[in-house]
Design a protein around this ligand. Structure first.
Ligand code: HEM
Ligand SMILES: *[C@@H]1O[C@H](CO)[C@@H](O)[C@H](O)[C@H]1NC(C)=O
Ligand SMILES: *[C@@H]1O[C@H](CO)[C@@H](O)[C@H](O)[C@H]1NC(C)=O
Ligand SMILES: *[C@@H]1O[C@H](CO)[C@@H](O)[C@H](O)[C@H]1NC(C)=O
Length: 360
């Protein structure tokens, strides 16, 4: 289980050599038909055609097998089924949309988008739910259970939990007024999880800009992706323990904003640790670009948020997103698709879990 962790930082971006062996073989056949001609012309054509296709695949190998219509035959109504469950959860509690979006991020950054974050601890199995970034914080697992049950009723054993996280994240953003995108599907579920990887692979709210950039780089994501995806903090809440140091000790903080936040977040660790505050003071259940206008006013809640506008290389992009909602929307959607492409299990790797909380 720790072998994935051992490969560490460079692993998350699957290099385009994943199917080299197969390609080498096809290449060989194609060359053979060019060089020696006793082959039937039709088989030459097939080989050359396959060669050009596989070259295309090679260029985007990490996600070559994911596609929005992966279940179009095996579970044609999957999108409708998921959406109605997410709608009902978010209408009961709008904050749930944020929690579902975050689950997908916490899945993808830890050894890829493989549903590992959903596995429960058992006496003999340590999952990721009690890793530092998730403990007393990650939520929405019951909603994923409901989504899974609804989809299992329609198409038993077909749709992976990893894919359900990808769809629920998109649906949550859309329901709260954010952009939409075509969710690529075809991921399979991990048969293991790694608490150690969850502790080390997810960026921390105390991270500086350099740490944040390299954390995203390790996942194959760019600095633009970092700034765009951080716009997720346009929705949802954070625990006092995660922003205490910022509101008591930092100087790149708006005075009145600091005053307000200190009222419900005591300066010392203790019973107030889990007091919540909205990440976006203006519109915590509306997915919009006010996260960036907050940063321009030094009203970022987390240290890591304000780092994106702190005199460094990302300042200009924060300004762009603050002034152009449409640029933010399109960059965010593109970055979500990219995040969803991180190390998927495909083909016969992993499994399609029946219950998202445990391996089959
Ligand atoms: C850039 C590095 C990031 C850091 C350091 C970070 C850190 C955090 C922290 C500390 C919280 C509050 C958790 C709590 O106190 O319970 C939080 C909440 C949240 N994060 Fe991030 N995050 C980052 C990026 C992202 C990304 C890329 C996404 C989604 C694509 C995301 C989505 C969310 C959402 C929606 C919430 C609110 C969750 C809720 O209300 O249940 N974050 N994040
Ligand atoms: C992960 O972090 C938590 C909380 O800090 C700690 O209790 C746990 O031992 C860590 N797990 C691993 C495997 O490093
Ligand atoms: C960022 O934080 C890391 C530790 O997490 C530290 O080693 C590094 O020096 C810091 N970089 C800057 C530019 O402050
Ligand atoms: C603020 O900084 C001081 C000095 O470094 C430290 O003693 C104190 O614990 C910090 N307070 C918070 C809330 O982080």
């Amino acid at each position: 289980m720790d072998n994935l962790v051992g490969l560490s930082s460079s692993l998350l971006y699957k290099p385009p050599m994943c199917t080299t062996v197969i390609h080498a073989k096809i290449l060989h056949t194609s060359l053979a038909c060019i060089v020696t001609l006793p082959m039937a012309p039709s088989s030459c054509f097939v080989a050359l055609f396959t060669l050009s296709c596989t070259l295309l695949l090679l260029m985007g190998c990490s996600d070559a097998q994911l596609s929005p219509d992966f279940y179009s035959k095996s579970c044609p109504d999957v999108f409708t089924g998921v959406k109605s469950q997410v709608e009902s959860a978010v209408s009961k509690e709008p904050g749930m949309g944020a929690s579902l979006l975050r689950l997908f991020f916490h899945d993808c950054f830890v050894n890829g988008c493989d549903g590992s974050v959903l596995l429960d601890d058992t006496p003999t199995f340590t999952g990721e739910k009690n890793a530092a970034p998730n403990r007393n914080s990650a939520r929405g697992f019951e909603v994923i259970d409901d989504v899974k049950s609804a989809v299992e009723k329609e198409c038993p054993g077909v749709v992976s939990c990893a894919d359900l996280l990808a769809i629920t994240a998109r649906d949550s953003v859309v329901l709260l007024g954010g952009p939409s995108w075509n969710v690529k599907l075809g991921r399979r579920d991990a048969r293991t999880a790694s608490q150690a990887a969850a502790n080390s692979s997810l960026p921390s709210p105390t991270s500086n800009l350099t740490d944040l950039i390299s954390s995203f780089e390790n996942a194959g994501l760019s600095t633009t992706d970092l700034v765009a995806l951080s716009g997720s903090h346009s929705i949802g809440q954070a625990n006092c323990a995660n922003f205490r140091a910022r509101i008591y000790n930092e100087t790149d903080l708006d005075r009145s904003f600091g005053e307000i936040r200190r009222k419900n977040c005591p300066s010392s660790a203790g019973p107030g640790d889990n007091n919540l505050a909205p990440l976006d003071l203006h519109s915590p259940v509306a997915f919009d670009n006010t996260y960036y206008t907050n940063l321009l006013q030094f009203k970022g809640l987390l240290h890591s948020d304000q780092q994106l506008f702190s005199g460094g290389s990302t300042d200009s992009l924060v300004r762009t997103y603050a002034s152009s909602p449409s640029t933010f929307s399109s960059d965010f959607a593109a970055a979500m698709i990219k995040m969803g492409d991180i190390l998927p299990l495909t083909g016969s790797d992993g499994e399609v879990r029946k219950n998202c909380r445990k391996i089959n």
